[in-house]
Design a protein around this ligand. Sequence first.
Ligand SMILES: [Ca+2]
Length: 1023
Amino acid sequence: MAATGMGVDMNSEFPQARREFLKGTVAAGATTALAGTGSAWATGARASAAPGRAAGEAGSRELLRPDLTRALDVRCRAKVAQAVRILDDMESDQHWVASPAVALSYSSERARSGTRSLRFQTHQRNAAYLHDSRQKNGSFTGAGVLFDGTPYSASARLKFGAPQDWSGFNRISLWCYLHPTANPITSLSLQFLCEDAAAGPTDPVAVHYVADLKPGEWNHLTWEIPEYRRDRVSEFVLFQPLFGLPVRDGDDTLTYDLDELQLEQVDVEVVSGWAIPPGKISYSHVGYLPGDPKIALCADQGQAFFDLIDAATGRVLAHWPTRPITNERGHYRLLDFSAFSTPGLYRLRCAEAASEAFPIDDRVWRRLIEQTLNAFYGLRCGCAIAGVHDACHLDVFVTYRGERRVLGGGWHDAANLTQGAGRTHLSIYALLQLYERLCAADDPALAARALEEARWGLDWSLRMQFAGGLRCNQGMYAYYTDGIVGTDDDVVQENVVDDPFQNILAALATSAAARVLRATDRPFSAQLLQAAAADYSSVLTHYPEPPGSAEPIGINQGSWRDRVGYLTLTAVELFRASGRQAYAADAVRFGRWLLDVQEQRITATGPITGYFYEDAGRTRLVHEFHNGFEESGLLAFKALCEVLPGHPEWMRWYAALLLHSEYFCREGSRAAAPFDILPSAVWRLADLDHPDPEDPMGRRLAAVANPLFPTPPTPDLVAAQKRAMYEAGTRLSDQARLRIFPLWPNHIQHGATTVHLGKTAALMAAAQVRHRRDLAELAARQLQWVVGANPFSRSLIYGVGYDFWQNFTVSLPNLVGGLSLGFNSYEGDAPAWGNNAVFPYKEMWVFSSCRVALNLAQLGMPARVKGHAATNVTLTHQRTQAVTRIRPGRFDIQVSPGEYALSGTSIEAALTFVDGGSYTLVLDPREFMTIDLQQKSAGGAAVTLKLTARGSGHHELELRLFNASCDSPRRPVRLKRGVPLELEWTLNVLDPHKPWVALAVPDSEPTRAREVLGTLQELAGLS
Ligand SMILES: [Ca+2]
C-alpha cells in the first residue's frame, strides 16, 4: 500500500521570475477573456485574441445520445462464463502496489460479493503535479498524465509471486463502483504484463481503457483477450489517467471500489481475419440508397437463397439466389439485392445468418452527416459542452513578441485534448465542401450546421495566425485547466513558428472559406482571403524548386507529395476566390511538380500503377500508416480539370486521375475481393530497408518492461515482422507486393481507416471528373465497410449502426459519430478489430471525422443537371426506374446519381450522373448528338479507335490524348438524323510501359466525353 503525496502549498518555492511572468500573462489574459464574450471580429483584419461567438451559439447544443442497446460492449457483458479463475476477490490482502498518486485501502462499505472491496482513490486535479510541471517560462506545461510509469501517474498493480498462465481463459472481468462525482468524464485503464511477450509491429497492445463509467453504481468491466500472449502474466495493472477536472465546481476526488477481479472463459468475438463468422451478415448498417447497388456477404454454408424481410412485420418480401465466391480470402455467399429499391426498413436472412434492421432510403448518408457533425461539436474546445465540460482552455495562451492570444478554440484533436493545426484546417476544408454540397442539395438546415462548425474552426485558425507567415500550429495542452485566467494552471505556449506544410493547410482552409463565403459575408471573406494570401506567400519562399530527396518523416508531418498536392489545390482555391490569374499559373506549375511524383508506368508492379512517391527524387513511395493525405493530389488534379477546362495540360491532369483510379484503386481493390476495399500501398522489397521515422516516445516507454512494451522491440524483430507483412501482401512481382493494410513500423502508431478514407475521397474525385458512376459506387463500398460491411459486421463509428465499440477517449466521453483511426491488422494482410480501446487505432480522432465529412460531401449527393429542352424529355433511373420529366424551356434540376435512360422526341441516350456532379444538356433534336468510342484494333505501337456519332446538326469532336499522338485530333461533323457517322483515328503510343488514354470530347463539353484506355502489353490481373 502507498499513500498519496498531495496538498503542496502553491506559494512556497515559487520563483520570483515565474511570478513576474505569470503576472503579465494574467493582465493580458483578463483583457482577452473579456474580448471573448463580445464581438469576435471587432479588430477588423486583425485576428481576435479569444474564441468568438461568430461561429454560433457555443455550448447551446445537446449532444446526440447513443442507443446503447446496439453497443457490442453491452452484449459482451451479458456473456456467460464457462470457466472462472478468481484473481482477487478482495477478501484477503494481496500484493497490490500503488503509485504515490493513489491511496489504496480495503473497504467494507460495499462489496459485490463477500464483505469488502479494494478502494482506489486519487485526485483528478493533482496540486503537486501542477506545481512541479512547469515550463521554462514558469507557466504550467498543460500536459496530462496519460501513461503509467511517468511521475504522478495514478496506478495500482497486482503483482503475482510467480508468472501465471492465463492461456485457458480469454476474458478479464472486474467490478468497479464509481463513487458519485462532479466529474462527468471517466476512464479507467486495465492492463496486464506478460513476461517475454513481444512488442513488434504486429503484436497487440495489452492495454484497455474503459470509458463512460456510471457513478453511484457497480460497473462491470470486461475485456476479451483472445489475441494476446498470456502464458507468463506477472502483473495486472489499473491505471487512471490524470487530465484535470472538466468542470469548475466540485470535488476532484476520484474513488473506485473494486471487486471480483477474475479470469473467464467465454465465447469471444472474432477479432482478426477475412472470414465472416457463421450467423453474421456483413452489410451496411446505416443502409443503402435506393439507387445504389446493395451487396451483403455471409460465410458460405451452401445456402442457395436469401430473403429480404420487412423489419416491422417480419414478412418475407423477396427471395433471391445467393452467389458463391471462393478466393484466397475465404468462402462467401454474395447477397445481391440491388434490384430492390423501395424505401423502408428491412432485414436480411440467409439460412442461420441474419442482419439487424437497416433502411433503404434517400437519407442514409444524411443521418451519418448529422452524427459526424455531432462528433465535431463534442470535440469543440473553448466553449462549454453540456454534460462534458465547462468553457475550457480559455486560460491557455500563445505568446509571441509580447502579444498573447487565447489558444483554446477549434476542436480537441483526440482523446488527449491537444490540437493540431493541420487536422483543424483539413477539417475546415471538409466541412466547407460539405456545406457547399448541402446547399446545392437544398438542405439548408444541415448546411447551416456544417457552416457553423467550419466557422468554429476558422475562428481558431485566424487567431493563430501571426504576421509574416508565422503561426501557432499546436495546442499542446492535455489537461483541463480551470479555465480561469490568473490561477496556477494557466498555460503559456511560445510555439509560434514558420512551418510551410501547416501554412499550406491553413491557406487551403481560409482560401476555400473566402470563396464559399464571398456571397454571404463579404467582409469576412475579404479577411479570410487576406489571411490565405499571407500564408501562401510565405510558403512560396520555401519552395522555389521541389526538394530532391526525402527523409523519414514523423507521423504528423507531410511528405513532399502531401505538400505539393495541397499547395496545388490551394493555388486553385485562391484563383477561385480572387480571380487572379497568377494563382492559376502557380497551380499549373505546382501541378507539374505533382505529376512528377506519380508513378505512371507499369514496370515491376504488375497491373498496378498511378500511385505516388513522397519526394521529387522518387526515392520513397508514399506509405501512410497513421495520417493519410492521399486525396491531396487527386483533389488538386480534379480542381485543375474544373477551373482550366481548355488548358493545354488538361489531359495530363485527367490521365493522372484516371491512372490512380483505374490502375491503383479499381485494380487494387480486387486484392480484397469480395469486400473490394482500396489497397493502402505498393511495397517494393527494397522499401523494407528504408529507415523508419524516429519514435522517441516509443523508445522512452520501452525502457522498462510494462504492458505496452513487455520487451523492447529489437531491430531484428521489427525487420522480421515487416518482412512477414510484406510477404502477406498480394504479389505483384518477385520484388513487389500490394498491401491492403498499412505495413506498420511499430505496434503503437496504427490506424488503417483514416488512411483508407483519404484514398476513398481521392477515388471519388476521379469518379467525378471521369463521370464514372461505377467508381462512385466503389467509393460508397469503402464507407459501407466502415459502418458494418466488414468481416466482423461491426460498425467502427460510435453510436452508428450495430455492434459499435467504445473508442479510446480518456479525457472525453464517447461521442455519437466519433471515429477512431480504425482498423488494425496483425497477420495475413487481414483486418483486425480488437476488443480493447487503446491509442491510437481505437482513439477517437477529429481527423477521422474530417475524413468521413470529406467523403460525405460527395457520396450519394444529388447531381445538378441544367440546360434547355426543345421537347418533352424523360430521364429514367435505370435501377429505381424513377422518372424525372423535363418540359420544354430552360431547366435546372437535382437528380439522384446513377445511370439514366434519356428519352424524348428524336432523342435517345444513356447518361451517367455521378454523385455531386454538375451537367449541362442541350435537349434539342436539331442539335443533339451521342457518341460511342471503341478500340477497333491494335498492332505494334499503333491503336485504331472508332467513334460512332448519332444525332443531327453541326458539331465538333476532339480527341484528347495521353501517352499517344494522332493526326487531326479535332474534327467538325455534320449529322443527319438516323444516319450514324463513323470516324477513325490511329494512335501512336509513345511510351510502351505507360497506359494510353483517349478521350473523345463533343463540343468542348467534357461531361459528355467518352473514354478509352489500354496498355500495349498484356497485364495479368490480381488474383
Ligand atoms: Ca487557470
